[in-house]
Design a protein. Structure first.
Ligand SMILES: Cc1ncc(COP(=O)(O)O)c(C=O)c1O
Length: 451
């Protein structure tokens, strides 16, 4: 199969129905029959075959809040996670800019896993050599998948919160002019993809639910790409509160805290360069093991959920939809619904970046740690974790003064990598982000022309 170097525009990822119909049909067929057919680039979208955002509205018997918790599902993206979106956007913008040339450049993907899987997959489809740089202690499913799609691995010591080492390694490898990093923590296509595609999909996802608006959006930043959806949500629903979630054990944004934790993909001990902290209203902390034990409950606790009043069909439908960070995002959504005192008309939107397929080893580890995970244990976990109505550890960053802490954290993290104070100061202005967002139309025009 010949490689097709150009895939969808931002507009087509948001509105797949706007693609040429034959391409859309072929792409949908290939999704089922051959995931390595390059036409699958055209399946990078939140929408299903009928144009609906893939999502689940959680049963209230599980969430313990009257508000509607709407979870957008990333596992249906090609490669099994929405991180393939920013990987594609960053590569295609590099191609449009003439900065990345097939056959000439090797792509580097600094990552803690899912972005690396996305990079490996996209490079396979678009015909690039790829090297994924990631910590050596992440869940084993991730390494398998990256190798399966053909990228090489370059491992740095540690886990999630040692991601800074992967950045340093990437800067080292970047010195070779053959290498081109898809720097998810620094490059704006990650922001553009999530603000335009994820943000507008979130706006569509709540149509017909509650009052049809978004009261709150929660997202635990890894690269802080996904949370950019909040910028678009605020454009449409100015009252929406945007909430960054962190592991309780690694509360870098909240109060400069740093530590090891178990929620893969988030809590990387930094304020990433592409995080628009101007629009972050709150930071809330979630204990890491609540996210892991919560995953055990949704994965293996259907009977317990039924005892709580969830229907059998709904309980079973939750299986396989979430990973650990997805549960963290859900727990953050529930916490904020209580904190903001939201009611039955209000919607909280959040994201499940990936599904369960890359976490069986994490639950095996949980079994080893707890030894007993019988029904009575799961019953206790379900109540303690989902129904606690706990509103502890919510930090309010709406005030200009409070924001200074986030600006300072970003400076501490990025001045050492050579970014100037003037550039970081520019990022404090809304105009910076509007300008970056405005580039989408130019990129879309060029993608269509070159394709
Ligand atoms: C499992 C998982 N959850 C959440 C995230 C965070 O998403 P973002 O990088 O868009 O902030 C990532 C990022 O890699 C991830 O892999």
């Amino acid at each position: 199969m010949a490689k097709i170097p150009f895939g969808p525009t931002y507009e087509e990822m948001l509105h797949p129905e706007k693609m040429p119909q034959d391409i859309r049909e072929k792409a949908l067929q290939a999704k089922e029959s051959n995931e390595l057919d390059p036409i699958n680039l055209f399946n990078i979208t939140w929408k299903d075959e009928s144009g609906q955002v893939r999502k689940v509205v959680l049963p209230k018997e599980l969430t313990g809040t009257e508000a509607n918790i709407v979870v957008m599902l990333g596992k249906y993206f090609p490669s099994g996670s929405h991180k393939v979106g920013p990987a594609y956007a960053t590569l295609i913008e590099g191609c449009v800019d003439g900065d990345i040339l097939p056959g000439e450049h090797t792509i580097l993907g600094p990552s803690t896993g899912n972005f690396g899987i996305g990079v490996s997959y996209i490079c396979n489809l678009m015909g690039y050599e790829a090297v994924v740089i990631m910590p050596d202690n992440m869940s084993k499913e991730r390494y398998d998948r990256i190798r399966q799609y053909g990228a090489k691995l370059d491992l740095t010591p540690g886990t999630e919160s040692d991601v800074i080492l992967t950045l340093q390694r990437t800067y080292e490898l970047k010195k070779d002019p053959k290498n081109r990093p898809l720097a998810q923590f620094e490059l704006m296509p990650n922001y553009r993809f999530h603000r335009y595609v994820t943000g507008n999909s979130a706006v569509e996802a709540v149509q017909g639910i509650g009052n049809g608006r978004i009261a709150c959006f929660t997202s635990a930043p890894g690269s802080a790409g996904t949370i950019a959806a909040g910028d678009q949500i605020k454009q449409v629903f100015p009252e929406a509160k945007i909430v960054a979630l962190e592991p309780y054990e690694c509360s870098t944004l909240a109060d400069g805290g740093r530590g090891q934790h178990r929620i893969e993909g988030i809590g990387d001990k930094m304020c990433t360069l592409i995080h628009n902290v101007n629009t972050t209203d709150f930071v809330a902390l979630i204990p890491d093991d609540d996210a892991v034990r919560g995953l055990k409950v949704t994965q293996d606790g259907a009977a317990i959920l039924q005892e709580m009043g969830v229907s059998e069909e709904q309980a079973l439908a939750l299986r396989d939809l979430f990973g650990v960070s997805g549960i963290c995002n859900i727990l953050g959504a529930i916490k904020m619904a209580h904190y903001l005192r939201l009611g039955p008309e209000d919607n909280v939107v959040t994201i499940a970046t990936d599904g369960f397929d890359r976490y069986p080893s994490v639950l095996e580890d949980l079994e080893r740690r707890y030894l007993e995970t019988e029904a009575f244990v799961l019953r206790r976990w379900a109540k303690d974790i989902f129904l606690s109505k706990n509103t502890d550890h919510v930090y309010d960053f709406r005030d200009v003064q409070a924001k200074q802490q986030l600006y300072r954290q970003k400076e501490k993290d990025w001045l050492p990598f050579g970014y100037s104070q003037a550039y970081l100061d520019d990022m404090r202005t809304p105009e910076f982000w509007q300008r970056e967002f405005g580039k989408i139309q130019d990129y879309d025009r060029e993608i269509l022309r070159l394709r």
